[in-house]
Design a protein. Sequence first.
Length: 361
Amino acid sequence: MSRAFNFSAGPATLPEPVLRQAQAEMLEFGNAGASIVELSHRGPEFIAVAQQTEADLRKLLSIPDDYAVIFTSGGATTIQALLPLNFAEAGQAADYVVTGHWGKTALKQAKPYVAANVAANGEAGGYRSIPARGEWHLSPDAAYVHITANETIHGVEFRDIPETGKVPLVGDFSSSIASEPLDIRKFGAIYAGAQKNLGPVGISVLIVDRELLERAGQPRADIFDYRSQLKAESMLNTPPSWNWYMLGLTVKWMLDEGGVAEFAARNARKAAVLYDVIDKSGGFYRNEVEAAVRSRMNVPFFLFDEALDKPFLKEAAAAGLISLKGHRALGGMRASIYNAMPEAGVQALADFMKDFQARNG
Ligand SMILES: *Cc1c(COP(=O)(O)O)cnc(C)c1O
C-alpha cells in the first residue's frame, strides 16, 4: 500500500488515524455486533456517537450555548437554498458579497426566494481580491449579509470579519472551518459541507444563533425547516449516520492534535511554504491573488508555459503528489492544504516544484 499526499479540493484527504479507526470498526462497532452503519439511528450506539460529535465540535470551535448546531445532508449548496427560506421573508432583501465561484452559487440558490442584492462583486477583477468593506452597497432592511469565508476555487479568503451592524452575517466556511480560531458571535450563522475540512462528503454543519432560528421565514416543508430539524436533533428523517460518525472521528482527531490554534499555526506555515516557492520562482510559477487575501487552504497557481501542465501533473503523481490539477474554471494547478494535509506533504510538494523548475526553467 502506498498512500500519496492528496491535494484534492474536496472530497479531500482525511487523517490517516481516522481512516484506520474506521477500518478497525467497520465490521463491529464496540460490542454492538454490527457496524455503526448497520445500526438504527435511534439506537443507543448511534445516539452516543451523534451526541459526542456535537459535544466535540462545540469544544473544537468554541461554539457558544446560544448557538444551535444542526447536521444536514444535501451539502453546503442545499443550505444555501434553505437560508432564505428560513431566515428571510418573501420578497425581503438579502445581501450577497460575491468573491468567487461559491459566492456566485450561494446567490443563485437564493434568487428564487429573496430580493437578492449583490452588495459587492469581485468578478470584474477575476476574483483576485476582496472588495473593501467601504465599497459594499448593503440594503438597510436586509435579512442577512452572506459572505464566502474562503473561495475554494479562486483562492481568496477573508482575513477580517466584516462589520454589518444589526444585520446578521452569514458565512460559508465549507473550505476553512476549524482552520483557525473564529469568534462565532460575529455571525448569525456559519455553515460548511464536511468534505473539505471536517470529514467525508454527505454531511454538512449549520451553526446558527438561536435568535435567528426564531424568524418565521417563508412557507416551507417541515424537512426544510431548521427549527424542526433542531427539535428533532437533526433526525427528522434518517441522517447520514456513517458520515456523521466519520465527522466525529475527524473532529476528535483535531482536538487530540491540539485544536484550532494548533491548526492555525500549521496552516500558516504550510501556506507560507507554497507561496514562497511560487513568489521566488521568477515567474515560472504564478499566483495572481492579492497577497493580503490569499487563501491558506487552497493555493491555485499557474506554470509560465501551459505546455508544462501535463508533465508537471504526471511527474508529481509519480512522486506521490496527487490531485493537483486546477479547477476547470481556472485551469492551471491547485494545491488544497486543509487541516489533514501534513506539513511533510506540503514540504514534499515545495521540493518537487523547485526540482521541476530546475529541470524545465
Ligand atoms: C465545496 C463548497 C461548496 C459546495 O459544497 P457541496 O457540499 O458540494 O454542496 C460550497 N461552498 C464552498 C466554499 C465550497 O468549498
